[in-house]
Design a protein around this ligand. Structure first.
Ligand SMILES: [Zn+2]
Length: 249
C-alpha cells in the first residue's frame, strides 16, 4: 500500500495560486486575516468573500499530468491519497478516494450541526442556510490556522498501513514530512528545488513571507531524509516515479 501526501506543488502547474506565490491572489489579503480563526471571528464577511473568490478561481482550472497519474495509480495500487490541497483537481482527474487534510473549497459546512455539502463553485451568500438544519451559521470548509484538523488522524493510519511513502510538492512547512519519511524503508520526495528542512511551523512569522531563514538553524536539506529525490515539477516527475514504484513492488 502506498501513502501519498501532496501539497501546493501538485496543483501549481494547473495554475492554482497559493500564499507562497508573490503574484498570488493572497497578496490582496493578509493571510492571518483570512486563514485563521481570529480573522474569521473578527470579520466573517471578508473571509467568506475570500473563499468565494478562491472557489470562483478554481472553476476553470484543470488537472495536470501529475493528477492524472495519481488517478491511474489508484487503479493498480491501494493508496492512502492524502492531500493538503483544498482544490478538487485530483477528483477531476478521476481519483475516487482523496483524503483532504485541510478541507475542501467546493463544500460549505454548518457550524450548528456539522453538515457538509457540495456547492461546486458557487459563492456563499448572506441568505444561505444549512440544508440539514436550516441554521444560517454556516462557513467555508477549509481548515484555518488555530483550529483542529481532524483528518490528520489518517496520517497515522496510513503510516501503519503502507510500505511506500511519496511526498509531492510539499516542503513540510505545515505537515512535517521528515518523521513520516523516517518511518518508511522506501520514501520518495518530488520537489522542484532542494529546500532547507524546517522542524516546526511557526505561526508568528507571516506565512506570506515564508522566510525560511528566519525560522532558525537547519542541519540538512529535506531530501536527505528520503530514499529517493526527484528534483522536478510534479508533472515532469511522473515517469520517474512510476519507474521507482515498479522497481519497489
Ligand atoms: Zn446544520
Amino acid at each position: 500500500m502506498i501513502m501519498i501526501i501532496s501539497g501546493a506543488g501538485l496543483s501549481a502547474e494547473s495554475g492554482i495560486r497559493t500564499f507562497r506565490d508573490h503574484d498570488g491572489l493572497w497578496e490582496d489579503y493578509d493571510v492571518m486575516q483570512v486563514c485563521s480563526t481570529q480573522g474569521w471571528e473578527a470579520d466573517r464577511e471578508l473571509v467568506t468573500q475570500f473563499y468565494n473568490a478562491r472557489r470562483q478561481d478554481l472553476k476553470d482550472k484543470n488537472p495536470n499530468p501529475a493528477h492524472y497519474t495519481l488517478a491511474e495509480l489508484e487503479k493498480s495500487y491501494q493508496l492512502y491519497n492524502l492531500t493538503q490541497n483544498v482544490d478538487n483537481l485530483l477528483e477531476k482527474a478521476g481519483c475516487k478516494e482523496v483524503i483532504h487534510l485541510h478541507g475542501t473549497l467546493t463544500d460549505l459546512r454548518c457550524e450548528a450541526c456539522g453538515h457538509v455539502w457540495n456547492v461546486d463553485y458557487d459563492a456563499q451568500n448572506e441568505n444561505d442556510v444549512c440544508p440539514a438544519c436550516q441554521s444560517d451559521y454556516i462557513r467555508h470548509n477549509v481548515v484555518m490556522f488555530g483550529e483542529a484538523a481532524p483528518m490528520y488522524q489518517k496520517i497515522y493510519e496510513a503510516i501503519d498501513a503502507c510500505n511506500i511513502f511519496i511526498a509531492i510538492g510539499t516542503s513540510g512547512q505545515v505537515i512535517d514530512i521528515v518523521p513520516i519519511a523516517s518511518a518508511f524503508k522506501h520514501s520518495i520526495l518530488i520537489n522542484p528545488k532542494r529546500e532547507e528542512y524546517v522542524t516546526s511551523f511557526t505561526e508568528e512569522i507571516p506565512a506570506s513571507q515564508t522566510a525560511l531563514a528566519c525560522l532558525g538553524s537547519f542541519a540538512k536539506y529535506i531530501d536527505e531524509y528520503f530514499s529517493y529525490f526527484i528534483q522536478k515539477n510534479a508533472g515532469e516527475a511522473m515517469d520517474e516515479l512510476l519507474g521507482i514504484i515498479k522497481e519497489l513492488q
